[in-house]
Design a protein around this ligand. Structure first.
Ligand SMILES: NC(=O)c1ccc[n+]([C@@H]2O[C@H](COP(=O)([O-])OP(=O)(O)OC[C@H]3O[C@@H](n4cnc5c(N)ncnc54)[C@H](OP(=O)(O)O)[C@@H]3O)[C@@H](O)[C@H]2O)c1
Length: 433
């Protein structure tokens, strides 16, 4: 069945010619042959929108405009690529393109995390595609493998390092550097923005996890519902104690099925040094998925960068262009019968690492263990360091207990007469390898 006349060439409207858009535009010229073979028709950059028309973009000046709506509305644009970033006007432009029956490829995690289901519904109503491979994990193929290649599976667990900036910071902190110094270095190398809030406070990772859980678990939630804790305030001392105990510290986005519901959370996490994610260092990203048929599968690579992200954008573009070139109909959306529910954070069970600064006096240990026992938290191991001066460090590794129990125990521990401070509480994952 054909749904439309095949097009002889696919005319592209590009919204944004920044880091990603520039790489996309360059590839459309330099890889013309590869792309037209993959798509089955030549791909032509017809129009492109930027804010500042005076800057050199490496594209023919004739295609540039300062008015992104004119790109979306143009009759000579068959396919829209949105790589402007930000929530608005990107969301409204995507919606208008879909409304006008133009397929859209976007790299915009913010828009897909917050508005993905509504935009997907609009795309389905209008009979066009909305694809977003580049929105999570930059150049790493994730969305298509999770949607298609693992379709026969029920995904049991997903653990991801999906923010390169924080992974770079934690890698440096594992070598003893402070958070502030590691952040400054990340900014110097261009891994972190001048305003690093979205990265270090785990906003970016929560956006991406919201997208992944929708696809992998059928859990429809917004990033605001996902428990999120960033990497500010971490102390390299804790990474050193963790290593002594056989763990590496990562900002992990975790999702898994528990008691018929789905956990979804982002926070600093100790993972066993044996786990493949423990060895993912620097700005790299990796996603570890456990399917009930496939077993563990690891995706890894460059989570950001113009060319890597353009690779994912152009994968989507060739997919859509091929269909346009053949005049094939759009696949109807897959029915999601799961309607999975989010497990409240208080009901999540993890192990925990706790570091307390305590007075070096007799009976301290009895007080600490009594609080833990009161909350049914079992103790797996302890490190105690004699102080040269000042309070002693007591480091505890517990067995699994509910998050709510840890929160109460932490508050009580901080009020003990012997406690100077609870210096750290870091969740520990016993993940399948
Ligand atoms: N960079 C990465 O490594 C990466 C990785 C994965 C996903 N992404 C996603 O890809 C998207 C683009 O990121 P990027 O790093 O390429 O951003 P960027 O370098 O800031 O580029 C944004 C481009 O959009 C244009 N633009 C922004 N607002 C506009 C408006 N209202 N009207 C017209 N043009 C507008 C800008 O024009 P001017 O140049 O004139 O300001 C610029 O050309 C974002 O959604 C981002 O999350 C990026």
């Amino acid at each position: 069945m054909r749904y439309s006349d095949p097009v002889k060439r696919v005319r592209i409207g590009l919204l944004g010619v920044g880091t990603v858009g520039r790489s996309v535009a360059r590839a459309l010229v330099e890889r013309r042959d590869v792309l037209s073979r993959a798509a089955g028709a030549p791909l032509v950059l017809q129009r492109a929108a930027v804010r500042d028309l005076s800057r050199e973009r490496g594209v023919e000046p004739g295609v540039l405009t300062g008015d992104p709506r004119s790109v979306v509305q143009a009759d000579d644009v068959d396919l829209v690529i949105e790589v402007m970033g930000g929530e608005e006007p990107a969301r409204a432009l995507i919606a208008e393109a879909l409304q006008r029956k133009k397929p859209v490829v976007t790299a915009n995690k913010r828009v897909i995390a917050w508005h993905g289901p509504q935009l997907a519904q609009l795309a389905a109503q209008r009979g066009v595609e909305l694809r977003f491979e580049a929105a999570v994990g930059g150049g790493i193929p994730l969305i298509a493998p999770l949607t298609d290649d693992l379709a026969a599976n029920r995904v049991l667990e997903l653990r991801a390092i999906i923010n390169g900036t924080t992974n770079y910071i934690l890698t440096r902190m594992a070598a003893g550097e402070t958070f502030e110094s590691a952040l400054a270095q990340a900014q110097k190398l261009g891994y972190a923005e001048a305003d690093p809030g979205d990265d270090v406070d785990a906003v970016d990772a929560a956006d991406k996890l919201a997208i992944l859980v929708r696809i992998a678990f059928g859990l429809s939630c917004t990033p605001a519902q996902i428990f999120r804790q960033g990497v500010r305030g971490l102390d390299p001392q804790d990474l050193a104690y963790g290593r002594e105990m056989g763990y590496a510290l990562k900002l992990l986005a975790t999702a898994r099925r528990t008691n018929g519901k789905v956990e979804a959370r982002v926070h600093p996490t100790f993972v066993s040094a044996e786990h493949p994610l423990a060895r993912v260092d620097g700005p790299r990203n990796a996603v570890h998925v456990v399917g009930d048929l496939s077993g563990p599968v690891l995706f890894g690579g460059l989570g950001a960068g113009g060319d890597a992200t353009a690779s994912a954008v152009l994968a989507d573009v060739t997919h859509v262009a091929r269909r346009l070139a053949l005049g094939d109909p759009v696949e109807p959306p897959r029915s999601s019968v799961e309607n999975a529910e989010l497990l409240p954070m208080g009901e999540v069970r993890t192990r925990c690492y706790l570091r307390l600064a305590v007075d070096d006096v007799p009976g301290v240990f009895a007080q600490i263990t009594r609080v833990l026992a009161d909350h049914e938290i079992g103790l797996a191991s302890v490190i105690q360091r004699e102080p040269a001066t000042g309070p002693a460090d007591v480091v505890l590794l517990t067995y699994a207990a509910h998050e709510a129990a840890f929160a109460q125990a932490e508050a009580e521990l901080s009020r003990l007469p012997c406690t100077r401070a609870v210096r750290a509480r870091i969740r520990v994952e016993e993940a399948r390898t």
